[in-house]
Ligand binder design. Sequence first.
Ligand code: ZN
Ligand code: ZN
Length: 217
Amino acid sequence: MKETIKHHLTDALLMAYSAGTLPEAFSLTVAAHVSMCDECRARLGAFDSVGGALIEEGETAALSQGSLEDTLARIARAGPPEAPRRAPGRKGVLPAPIRDYVGGDLEAVHWRPVGMGVKQAILPTAQDASARLLYIPAGAAVPDHGHRGTELTLVLQGAFEDEVDHFGPGDIEVADEELDHTPVADIGQDCICLAATDAPLRFKGWMPRLAQPFLRI
Ligand code: ZN
Ligand code: ZN
């Protein structure tokens, strides 16, 4: 199955994932997108190899004074990454990283209604951020909402549209407190997403810090 993915992970998220500094709920969402997306898997491979090379070269001091731009330039100079890890084959709707949390595919999900036909299932991750599966009936809307923190929404089945764009299978939307939106599921098919959000009170200054642990390796 070849899907055309238009909306990808940011460099900051891939770097933080590579450095192992993301909250578990965000790690899961990044892993799920990477398992569906050849492009992000290749970019992650580049971050992983540069991170490893920096440790081997012992350039800790030099790097700590560098900037994100320097690091990105190093990655660009490092050339194409090694052969990307192969995506595990996808059977069913849920990618493997999510199936591990659910204990199976969709039939194993314990949905709870949250109103207007929308259902959710919260996944068992650490408390610093939360991950939930969302089930939005075809044509239905998730109520207009802003974000007090960061929200990652990965489409697993169907599609939705909001004020930003149209998001189909494999697409990931990175929303922050700037965005107010009303996602509406496409008419044709019920939409299933994985949504990860951090605890609202923990957000201030959190996103800009994402890359710092990576730069301090
Ligand atoms: Zn991608
Ligand atoms: Zn949202």
